[in-house]
Each structure stands twice: as structure tokens, then as C-alpha cells.
Unconditional design. Structure first.
Length: 130
């Protein structure tokens, strides 16, 4: 049985961790620019090193989450290929493999949100009956 909610949560977790790593990268860059512009290199080296360590840890956490998400997607793909209706395949692929919102999926496949949501529910039921 595929836990579609877990896949959605993992996508959200991955996005949060990537954002955290990007924020730390920006802070490290800002501090680096600030320090190099000061006479004698400034004294923010300890702060810069602390942020660099936090950034590396955040990047590693994001990478670990990406690996977990990739494994979840790997388990889902064979089920998606067996779906007969293209609307089911596209909706599931875009929502759970690509991690898009239902509204974005609806726009891309050319259906209203409610119809797209219906296709998703049908496809999830089919997959979980297998």
C-alpha cells in the first residue's frame, strides 16, 4: 500500500530543508562580503565558520530527505505505469513524483481542480487495490 500523504509530507520537508540550506548559504555569503570589506579582514571569522557548519549540516539533511523521497517515488513508479487512463497517470505523476500542487496539476493537464482531485482519488484507490 502506497502512503500518498507521506509522499506529500516528504516533498514539503525536502522543500523546507532546501530553503533552510539556501538561507544559510546567503548568510554565509553576506558575512563573507562584509568581512572582506573590513580592514585586516574583520573579526567575523568565527560567525562565518559557524554558519558554514550549519549550512553543511542543512545540506546533508536535505540530501538525506531527497534520498528518502527518491525511494518513495521509486516504489510508486511501477504502479503509475499500470494505470490505464492517461489522466490518472499524469495526475499521480505530477502530484506525487514531481511534487506539484493539485491546482498546478489541474492547470497542466487542462482540467478544473475538482476534476483533477477526482482523478487523483480514483488513481490512488486503484493503486492501493493492487
Amino acid at each position: 500500500m502506497i502512503d500518498f500523504d507521506a509522499i506529500t509530507r516528504k516533498h514539503e520537508e525536502y522543500r523546507r530543508k532546501l530553503k533552510a540550506a539556501d538561507t544559510l548559504r546567503e548568510r554565509a555569503t553576506d558575512i563573507s562580503v562584509h568581512i572582506t570589506g573590513m580592514p585586516h579582514g574583520g573579526s567575523g571569522g568565527n560567525q562565518q565558520e559557524r554558519i558554514r557548519v550549519e549550512m553543511v549540516a542543512a545540506q546533508e539533511a536535505a540530501e538525506e530527505t531527497r534520498k528518502e523521497l527518491d525511494e518513495m517515488k521509486r516504489q510508486l513508479r511501477p504502479h503509475v505505469r499500470r494505470l490505464k487512463k492517461w489522466q490518472h497517470r499524469d495526475a499521480i505523476r505530477k502530484r506525487f513524483i514531481d511534487g506539484k500542487t493539485i491546482q498546478r496539476v489541474a492547470e497542466e493537464i487542462g482540467y478544473e481542480w475538482s476534476q483533477t482531485n477526482r482523478y487523483l482519488k480514483e488513481a490512488k484507490a486503484i493503486i492501493n487495490r493492487e
